[in-house]
Design a protein around this ligand. Structure first.
Ligand code: ZN
Ligand code: FE
Length: 221
């Protein structure tokens, strides 16, 4: 009996060729512009990484608002997890993050989340005569989350139905960014305007344990 032809045993990439990737070829064949996607992922990874950095500072100046600090910490650690989730994907697609961190920070897809009152990070806040307020910090945090939602929504658009792996990652990150926005709307609305706009969320088990990802273990380093 003739052995059945195996439909996927061979393709454009030759056996043993390590200079090309079937994982790239397959998504290109489905219409993904891989170079464009890699560029967007690097910009997005840069935004997650710099956000993680700036949230470290923002959180310090929420002293006395210990509840806000906890929420800020969740968002901070989850943004670091987003950086670590998406960076390996950049390499799988044949890309690389920049070798110079200055280039990486500069090409971030989102603005720097400077501490208010620092003249865009050029001076200590006290030198300005005014300490940043909880409301002004929450406004920065909210702005950063909104940029992240726009970023990951775009990555979802570019990959939907064509690159299931990147799409799955982007969608999981987007889920958390949408939650972050809801947290900071709730806090800013109450703090600045005295208006209750519930996020609707329960407490995280641990940072990065979004309810939908609790079983994946993916965000729990
Ligand atoms: Zn993030
Ligand atoms: Fe976020």
């Amino acid at each position: 009996m003739a052995i059945r032809e195996k439909p996927h045993a061979r393709g454009k990439v030759q056996a043993g060729d390590v200079t090309q990737r079937v994982g790239v070829e397959a998504i290109e064949a489905r219409g993904v512009d891989v170079q464009q996607l890699v560029d967007k992922l690097i910009d997005a990874a840069g935004a997650e990484f710099t956000t993680y950095y700036y949230y470290t500072i923002l959180r310090m100046y929420l002293a006395g608002h210990e509840d806000y600090k906890e929420i800020c910490e969740d968002a901070r650690l989850e943004d670091r997890a987003h950086f670590e989730l998406i960076t390996p994907r950049i390499y799988e697609l044949g890309g690389s993050i920049p070798y110079d961190i200055r280039e990486f920070a500069d090409r971030s897809g989102c603005p720097d989340a400077y501490l208010p009152g620092t003249n865009d990070g050029k001076q200590a806040p006290s030198a300005d005569g005014g300490e940043p307020t909880a409301a002004s910090i929450l406004e920065v945090l909210l702005g950063a989350e909104r940029c992240a939602i726009r970023t990951w929504s775009e990555v979802c658009d570019l990959t939907f139905g064509k690159d299931p792996r990147t799409y799955d990652m982007a969608a999981r990150i987007l889920n958390e960014e949408v939650e972050h926005e809801a947290w900071f709307i709730e806090l800013l609305s109450k703090e600045r305007d005295g208006v209750i706009r519930p996020s609707g969320h329960f407490r995280r088990g641990a940072p990065g344990h979004a309810p939908y990802s609790k079983n994946t273990g993916f965000y729990n380093p």
